[in-house]
Design a protein around this ligand. Sequence first.
Ligand code: NAD
Length: 360
Amino acid sequence: MSKQYRITLLPGDGIGPEIMAVTVAVLKQVGSQLNVGFEFQEALIGGAAIDATGNPLPDETLEICRNSDAVLLAAIGGYKWDNLPRHQRPETGLLGLRAGLGLFANLRPAQILPQLIDASSLKREVVEDVDMMVVRELTGGIYFGQPKGIFETETGEKRGVNTMVYSESEIDRIGRVAFETAQKRGGKLCSVDKANVLDVSQLWRDRMIQLSSEYPDVELSHLYVDNAAMQLIRAPKQFDTIVTGNLFGDILSDAAAMLTGSIGMLPSASLGSTGPGVYEPVHGSAPDIAGQDKANPMAQVLSAAMMLRYGLNEPEAAYRLEQAVLKVLDAGYRTGDIMSDGMKQVGCQEMGQALMQALG
Ligand code: NAD
């Protein structure tokens, strides 16, 4: 093997192990085709980790993740653990993983696949050819700024407070990820803020303009967040890469994702400045269909493609996985979540076999 990568696998809960098994099989196949080696190490997270150790993110898991080139996560959570105290909940494991690896950038692509265009709630001519990436700042902004809390005033009235705050260095590091992402895509970056009202957004905009001189091959534009929300629904094709803060990104990335209409198809990546990124589907652990061979493995496979493209710099392998997904959709294979008239409904395992065949 010319290259060898250490990949941590976190199958987690619910449908996680089913979709992870498919993904590992396709990764092995594409690796052997391109002479790229993967050394997989599985670790516990979420409910599975709680059952085994009492802790949703055992120290050993974080250590294994830190020592790898990339982390492939499926999903965590389920009814069984819903009533545990917060620090013992599966979600706490996920937040701990993000914090422990310093993942400040969240990348969420929204691409309309021609085969699934009717799953979108918008008109075909509006969403056709949509292919965008939302880069969201994940560890700063109003979700973390101080002061925060509910305070009692002198009159006894309560006041809820959150603080939207970004420092230059926080803006610059997410800006760099966004410019570099745009370079790997269509070369257009739209920064979304509320600079007409918010000082923190004015600083955001100033820094983005400053940074753009380092990336002459990327065309930078700006939109206020209210206009960005309208443009996403009115004319989403205009976007290539979007960069925005934590709060605006939380909302806009979900809106962008829903242009595609199919949760079982959506991957994501979370990146830090050094160390491994975490690549995971946008969907959860789908406990309602877990263990029934009904899950759509494609968001997980596309997350592996993101890992190859953005984490390991193996664009050819990423391209092959993406093409395999398109081929099986062209051939009419559908899991229940994306099923439509005249298509062939298959389970998770059969979809995996179809993907392997499409890879050749
Ligand atoms: P969900 O995404 O798990 O499921 C929503 C619906 O979509 C369900 O009907 C499910 O069957 C379906 N679905 C999701 N992924 C699918 C796939 N790959 N193939 C076919 N159908 C799919 O969201 P939820 O039901 O709100 O949450 C379930 C559990 O997942 C909860 O415990 C929640 O906390 C957890 N969760 C985890 C993550 C994560 O790991 N990042 C994200 C969201 C929710």
